[in-house]
Design a protein around this ligand. Structure first.
Ligand code: GRF
Length: 189
């Protein structure tokens, strides 16, 4: 079972579900996020852990860990999740996937597309990686370069990047799930 953690719009979450990955739950830290509407529409079980309703970051993470364990989560997938993953979660789940809209290690942070566009780079892209304790770092699993054409605008570039994200994130998630299943079968032998 996969847990998709998302905080906002949820277009990647929707692409994942529409690609046929339905053995999943959505965990959302923001009760107003549009991703919750998408999950409802798609019939996906959603758990809202409203971050601001917790007394501390620690309390939030304890609840998150409890949910992950109750749902027997084997893979965590971040899809526009705006919180730093706590060490307590990383220790328990060392393989957590994230998608980032640039060719890491360039343009880390949450304004990656706009910054790459403003910088005038000719090539940007999408990175899918396992996270570590630092922001937008960790082992890269997949990258796809996207050319910024002279007639591109920020919004046409955003659209290109999201199209690539939606095409490849589900594929990589499927591959990683297969690898994890393989690993757990070998461990049982
Ligand atoms: C995506 O661009 C993803 O790369 C980044 O956050 C954005 C989330 O978009 N981490 P959405 O919520 O999936 O539409």
């Amino acid at each position: 079972m996969i847990a998709v953690l998302a905080s906002g719009n949820g277009s990647n979450f929707e692409a994942i579900v529409r690609a046929g990955i339905t053995e999943l739950i959505l965990v959302c830290d923001n009760q107003d996020a549009f991703v919750i509407q998408r999950a409802k529409h798609l019939g996906i079980r959603t758990i809202v852990l409203n971050y601001h309703g917790f007394s501390s970051r620690q309390a939030y993470n304890q609840s998150l860990l409890k949910i992950l364990s109750e749902w027997n989560i084997t893979l965590i997938v971040l899809a526009g999740y705006m919180r730093i993953i706590d060490k307590s979660v990383l220790t328990k789940y060392p393989k957590i996937l994230n998608i980032h809209p640039s060719l890491l290690p360039s343009f880390k942070g949450n304004k990656a597309i706009a910054e790459a566009f403003a910088f005038g780079v000719k090539v940007t892209g999408v990175t899918i990686h396992f996270i570590d304790e630092y922001i937008d770092e960790g082992k890269i699993v997949f990258q796809k370069a996207i050319t910024i054409e002279p007639n591109d605008t920020l919004s046409s570039l955003e659209a290109k990047i999201h199209r690539v994200e939606h095409e490849y994130y589900p594929k990589i998630i499927k591959e990683v799930m297969e690898e994890l299943e393989h690993e757990s079968i070998s461990e049982c032998k």
